[in-house]
Write a protein that binds this ligand. Structure first.
Ligand SMILES: Nc1ncnc2c1ncn2[C@@H]1O[C@H](COP(=O)(O)OP(=O)(O)OP(=O)(O)O)[C@@H](O)[C@H]1O
Length: 285
C-alpha cells in the first residue's frame, strides 16, 4: 500500500499544564479528503501546525510524506491557514507572483472569478474572493497535499460550492486533502472524518457513523421557549434550530417528564452533525 501523505500516531501537544492535543492519530492518503471536525478550541489548528512541522509535538510520532515534517515536506503541500496568509497591501496578481517566487513555480494564473480584481489590493476585496485567491496561491505549485483550515468560513454558499469544486478536482487528480470544518454540508463531502473534542479524537468514520452515535428528539410545540427552558432546567441537552426545539441524547420518557403538562409532540429524528459534536463534547467533558 502506498505510504500515507500524513501519518500521525498518538500525537500530543501540551502548553504548560494544558493539553491541547491528546494522543491523536490520523492519516491522509493520496486522493483522499479527510475532514477534521470539532468545536472551537478542540485542538484542530494545533494538530495541523504539528503536522506541518510548525510546532513540535510533546509526544507521539509524525510523518509528512514519510519523513519528519520539514521545509522540504512543506514545499510539497499547499496550506490555507485560517488567517489566509495573504498580503493585504499587495494586489491579487502581486500576491500570486510572491507565492510563485517562494515556491519557484511558474506564473499561477489569476482565477477567472478574480480577473476583475487582478490589480486591486487584497485588503479591499471581499472575504469570498480572498479565499479563492488563497486557494489559487496554495495550488499554484502543484502540491501533492492540501491542508485547509476552515477554508470556507464566512463565505457565501456559492463561493463555498466553488471552493469545494476545486477541492474535489484536486482530490480526483490524486491530491490528499486535510480540511477542518464546522459545517455539516462540508463534512458530507469528505471521504472520512475525524471528530476532535477537547484535544482528543472522539469519533472517526463517515458522517453517518459520526452522527449515528447521537439520538435526537424533535419537540414540536407553540410554546417553544417554555419547552426549551423546561428541558434545560431538567439538565437535558437541548438545542434550538430556529424555533424548533431538539433534545439531544435524552430518552423520550425523561423529555416528557421534563415538559410536564406542556402540550408538545415528541418525535425521534436524525441527529445533525452539530448535535453529535455537542453531545460528544458533553460526554468528553
Ligand atoms: N501557543 C499556545 N499556548 C497556549 N495555549 C494554546 C496555544 N495554542 C493553542 N492553545 C490552546 O489550545 C487549545 C486548542 O486550540 P486550537 O487553536 O488548536 O483549537 P481549534 O480546534 O483549532 O479551534 P478553532 O476552531 O477556534 O481554531 C485552545 O484552548 C487554545 O487556547
Amino acid at each position: 500500500m502506498a505510504e500515507p501523505l500524513i501519518h500521525a500516531q498518538d500525537v500530543t501537544r501540551r502548553f504548560g499544564d494544558f493539553t491541547a492535543v491528546d494522543g491523536v492519530s490520523i492519516s491522509v492518503a493520496a486522493g483522499e479528503i479527510v475532514g477534521l471536525l470539532g468545536a472551537n478550541g478542540a485542538g484542530k489548528t494545533t494538530l495541523i501546525r504539528m503536522i506541518l512541522g510548525l510546532l513540535p509535538p510533546s509526544d507521539g510520532a509524525l510523518a509528512l510524506f514519510g519523513a519528519p515534517p520539514s521545509r522540504e515536506g512543506r514545499a510539497r503541500l499547499g496550506y490555507v491557514p485560517q488567517g489566509l496568509g495573504l498580503w493585504d497591501d499587495l494586489t491579487v496578481a502581486e500576491n500570486l507572483a510572491f507565492v510563485d517566487q517562494a515556491f519557484g513555480s511558474r506564473a499561477t494564473a489569476v482565477p477567472d472569478a478574480l480577473a476583475g480584481s487582478r490589480d486591486g489590493l487584497v485588503g479591499g476585496i471581499g472575504l469570498g474572493r480572498q479565499r479563492q485567491l488563497a486557494f489559487a496561491a496554495a495550488l499554484g505549485h502543484g502540491p501533492e497535499l492540501l491542508v485547509l483550515d476552515e477554508p470556507t468560513s464566512g463565505v457565501d454558499p456559492l463561493s463555498r460550492a466553488r471552493l469545494w469544486d476545486t477541492v474535489h478536482e484536486s482530490a480526483e487528480q490524486g491530491v490528499g486533502v486535510l480540511v477542518t470544518t464546522h459545517y455539516m454540508q462540508e463534512a458530507e463531502q469528505c471521504d472520512r472524518l475525524v471528530l476532535m473534542s477537547q484535544g482528543r479524537a472522539v469519533g472517526e468514520g463517515q458522517l453517518a457513523d459520526i452522527v449515528a452515535g447521537t439520538t435526537a428528539l424533535a419537540v414540536r410545540t407553540e410554546r417553544w421557549q417554555d419547552a426549551f427552558e423546561a428541558l434545560d432546567r431538567a439538565g437535558v441537552l437541548v438545542m434550538l434550530s430556529g424555533t424548533h426545539v431538539r433534545a439531544v441524547d435524552a430518552d423520550e420518557v425523561r423529555v416528557r417528564a421534563a415538559l410536564g403538562g406542556l402540550a408538545a409532540e415528541v418525535e425521534p429524528v436524525g441527529a445533525t452533525l452539530e448535535e453529535a459534536m455537542v453531545a460528544r463534547e458533553r460526554s468528553a467533558g
